[in-house]
Design a protein around this ligand. Structure first.
Ligand code: DAH
Length: 331
């Protein structure tokens, strides 16, 4: 049995250790030393049973008192240590709002998207609706219905990608056919998307490129309407109310008469797109009679190259971030 003095110094030693325990783990260790099965308090209390009744009573009260003191000290220290570790965690997580933000580059629209968006905005403003068609087309929609004869060079496998009897559309004009088959006039539609031709890659050709197409079908449509529509669109697109534009006679199997449209930019005439009055055979192929209409189709890359004065079509697809970033200021 411990002497009273030893007991007091032992307990105060424990109290000191508890008060200065550096961490919750250290506190747990002390808890085991005190209250564990072989802990100081448990052993002391167990020892009481062998004592006579009187001593048992008085010593029991003393031990219980120590036990409570130690217990409370333990709970107090635990609170402090928990608060401390919480504060430490908070300090680690704190955000210094005065620090510069981490570098997160902003994406920007691809120049082709910028050009397409602008063209669509203008034409939708002029009353056109957007229609879409599949990239994999039937020869009927891409060629036959557009009055392109079987002997036309564009139909040769050397010029067009064929897929099990179907093909990758060579132009967006195929969407005209889909619309004519499904809808009744009056029609004002635009369509756009990827188009494909078996070309070698060079500064002005890529096997995949993009086109945009517009078609008007309404009673009494004339070439004058086509010209007015083109001027409205192009002068808004290039932001030149005094844009110089000219139509040159040309040939497309699906328009009659057909024309090539040039615009004068920086003093030079530049070929921009194809257009014409829709050929009556196109209407009959779609089961329609006695209709009049006009259409135009153009390459979006070409439009972007003219707008931004670019010289190599391949730049659109090289994914060079510095090159692409150049257009963010011009959006
Ligand atoms: N589809 C033609 C091409 O790819 C462009 C074209 C010409 C579209 C005249 C038209 C048009 O709608 O009327 O070269």
């Amino acid at each position: 049995m411990l002497q009273q003095d030893d007991l007091i110094s032992l307990v105060s030693n424990f109290l000191q250790q508890i008060a200065s325990a550096p961490s919750l783990q250290d506190l747990e260790k002390l808890k085991a030393e005190l209250f564990g099965k072989k802990g100081f308090i448990s052993v002391a209390l167990a020892g009481l049973s062998k004592l006579p009744m009187e001593e048992k009573k008085s010593l029991g009260a003393v031990y219980n008192d120590y036990k409570n003191q130690l217990f409370q000290a333990m709970a107090c220290r635990k609170d402090v240590l928990e608060e401390q570790s919480w504060q430490e965690k908070l300090a680690q997580q704190s955000i210094d709002v005065t620090l510069p933000a981490p570098y997160a580059p902003w994406g920007q629209m691809h120049p082709l998207t910028v050009v397409l968006k602008r063209a669509v905005e203008i034409l939708v403003g002029m009353g056109f609706c957007v229609h879409t068609g599949p990239d994999v087309e039937t020869p009927f929609h891409n060629f036959d219905a557009l009055n392109v004869p079987l002997t036309h060079p564009a139909r040769a496998p050397g010029d067009t990608f064929y897929i099990k009897g179907n093909l990758l559309r060579t132009h967006t004009s195929s969407v005209q056919i889909r619309v004519l088959q499904e809808k009744e006039p009056p029609l004002r539609v635009i369509s756009f998307g990827s188009t494909y031709r078996r070309d070698e890659c060079d500064a002005t050709h890529t096997p995949m490129f993009h086109q945009m197409e517009m078609m008007v079908v309404e009673g009494g449509a004339t070439m004058a309407h086509l010209k007015g529509c083109l001027f409205e669109f192009l002068s808004l697109f290039f932001q030149r109310p005094d844009l110089e534009m000219r139509l040159r006679p040309s040939f497309f199997p699906f328009t009659e008469p057909s024309a090539e449209v040039d615009v004068k930019l920086n003093g030079k005439w530049l070929e921009l797109l194809g257009c014409g009055m829709i050929h009556p055979r196109v209407f009959t192929q779609c089961g329609k009679e006695n209709l009049s209409g006009y259409a135009f189709g153009m390459g979006l890359e070409r439009l972007a190259m003219l707008k931004y004065e670019l010289s190599d079509i391949r730049d659109f697809y090289n994914n060079d971030q510095r090159w692409l970033g150049y257009f963010s200021e011009k959006n």
